[in-house]
Design a protein around this ligand. Structure first.
Ligand code: GLP
Length: 262
């Protein structure tokens, strides 16, 4: 089972992520970070950037792999995930942009872009810590409900729900939101060594409850975390509100041995 940590707010969650990454970097200065877009990881990146700044850490060898990208947006489009990752992660952390990869949504190479991406991740030695958000329908990356739990990086057709959730980044104009994305598969994500999923707010409560306490099903893609031996789920009270075993998760975290890391 994933470790469930209930926090007061996004800052507390962000600090837990930042501490985990800092510990990793002490041991491995060329660590491989799995990166996600969306609003959920923003505080986590901010906290990490603060530590990097305060401790004058050299991030130039750290490598990164983003989860997904829209198909049909130029990488220079402000809402492409390439631009978003550059703005929210690469620049604030002082990473070398050449070492940060985003799936390639360009039409010419789309047929083999997924397999190429998975090969690149494998050749890097694999993702050490993968940060994840979750969609209201339980999607991770852009693996919409019904995605194979064994899937590799590939094209997915976005649901109308996801498109309308993301319309806020496109002047609330649904027509501007791409219909397809290239996303790391659930099988790809499961190969990362440590998964840290962050979820905040009421609209994530149902997806969290199904994914953590329901059966493993491709119809709740984040339920695949139940198959991973090192997964950490950090939620605020609102996102945790539909979990039945909440008291146990709190009890377990409060009584966690000091030597045990997340
Ligand atoms: C998009 C991204 C996901 C992200 C989800 C939720 O669909 N592809 O990686 O988890 O949005 O975003 P937010 O964190 O803004 O709720």
């Amino acid at each position: 089972m994933a470790e469930i940590i209930v926090v007061a707010n996004e800052d507390e969650a962000g600090e837990i992520y930042a501490q985990a990454v800092m510990k990793l970097l002490e041991k491995k200065p060329n660590a491989v970070l799995g990166l996600a877009t969306g609003s959920s990881p923003l505080k986590a990146y901010e906290h990490l950037a603060q530590h990097v700044h305060d401790k004058h850490l050299d991030m130039s060898q750290v490598r990164g792999f983003a989860l997904d990208e829209y198909v049909g947006l130029e990488p220079t489009h402000p809402q492409s995930y390439r631009s978003t990752i550059t703005r929210t992660v690469v620049e604030p952390l002082g990473m070398n942009p050449d070492l940060v990869h985003v799936p390639n949504g360009a039409a010419e190479t789309l047929a083999h872009a997924g397999a190429d991406y998975d090969r690149m991740i494998e050749e890097s030695g694999g993702v050490d810590i993968q940060i994840l958000g979750i969609g209201a329908d339980g999607h991770i990356g852009f693996n919409e409900p019904g995605s194979s739990l064994a899937s590799g990086t590939r094209i997915k057709t976005l649901t109308q729900q996801t498109r309308s959730d993301n319309a806020r980044f496109f002047d609330d104009d649904l027509d501007q939101v791409p219909r397809h994305a290239i996303t790391q598969g659930i099988g790809t994500i499961l190969r990362a060594k440590h998964l840290i999923l962050l979820a905040f707010g009421d609209n994530k409560a149902e997806a969290i409850a199904h994914s953590i306490e329901g059966g493993v099903s491709s119809f709740w893609p984040a339920s695949a975390l139940q198959l991973h031996s090192h997964a950490t789920v950090i939620v605020d009270e609102a996102a945790a509100s539909k979990l039945h075993n909440l008291n146990y998760y709190r009890w377990a975290y409060e009584n966690k041995p000091e030597w045990q890391e997340i």
